[in-house]
Design a protein around this ligand. Structure first.
Ligand SMILES: Cc1cc2nc3c(=O)[nH]c(=O)nc-3n(C[C@H](O)[C@H](O)[C@H](O)COP(=O)(O)O)c2cc1C
Length: 184
């Protein structure tokens, strides 16, 4: 079975984006094995500490390297990528061999899908930015700006994400396209 690595761009315990990742995982059940990337101990990117590669960076890179595809569930902060998540992506964009600037990054060529849960615009801002950023990093994006959910007043009030049947069908289509791409 193929391995999917989930990147949730929120550290919040009851994160809507973590719940969205759970929906994706449920849709992949029996078709892929899903694990979650723990990026909480990554240092802030500083070129002075790239060599030797910090332990947390090496671990995160190894997890990304060994998966068949990455699925991102991203919050939208000020129409953009949250800082912690951007820091993670920047680490993944750097040459794997710190002594060879021409060596490929961990991210290059990886299959990736974008999704997000947020306010009225359904994270269109951050998904557009991620599409641009991940494309620049040489990742193989499935479904361009992916799938977004606009949280309802009930969701904001309860901290519980629930998808409509239509949303689940739409998300299912992206899941199918993503799994199709990593099967190739
Ligand atoms: C600094 C900051 C900026 C935010 N900016 C936006 C925004 O531009 N668009 C949006 O839809 N929500 C915005 N929000 C609200 C988030 O959608 C909300 O906090 C959401 O719960 C984050 O996702 P999470 O539940 O997975 O942590 C912002 C929240 C924070 C903390």
């Amino acid at each position: 079975m193929k391995n999917v690595l989930m990147i949730v761009g929120s550290l919040r315990k009851r994160s809507f984006n973590r719940q969205l990742a759970g929906e994706v995982e449920a849709l992949m059940a029996g078709r892929a094995s899903v694990s979650y990337l723990d990026w909480t101990d990554l240092p802030l990117l500083n070129q002075d500490i790239e060599n030797p590669v910090p332990e947390a960076v090496a671990r995160v890179r190894a997890e990304v390297q060994s998966c068949d595809g990455v699925w991102i569930c991203s919050p939208e902060y000020n129409f953009n990528v949250p800082g912690g998540e951007k820091n993670l992506l920047d680490w993944l964009s750097r040459p794997q061999d710190p002594t060879d600037p021409a060596s490929p990054s961990t991210a290059k060529g990886k299959v990736v899908a974008i999704s997000g849960a947020g306010g009225r615009a359904a994270t269109a801002g951050v998904r557009g930015k991620l599409n641009e950023l991940l494309g620049f990093m040489g990742m193989e994006i499935i479904g361009e700006t992916g799938f977004g959910v606009a949280l309802t007043p009930e969701a904001w009030g309860s901290d519980v994400l629930s998808l409509t049947d239509e949303q689940r069908v739409e998300l299912g289509k992206l899941v199918d396209a993503f799994l199709g791409a990593i099967e190739e």
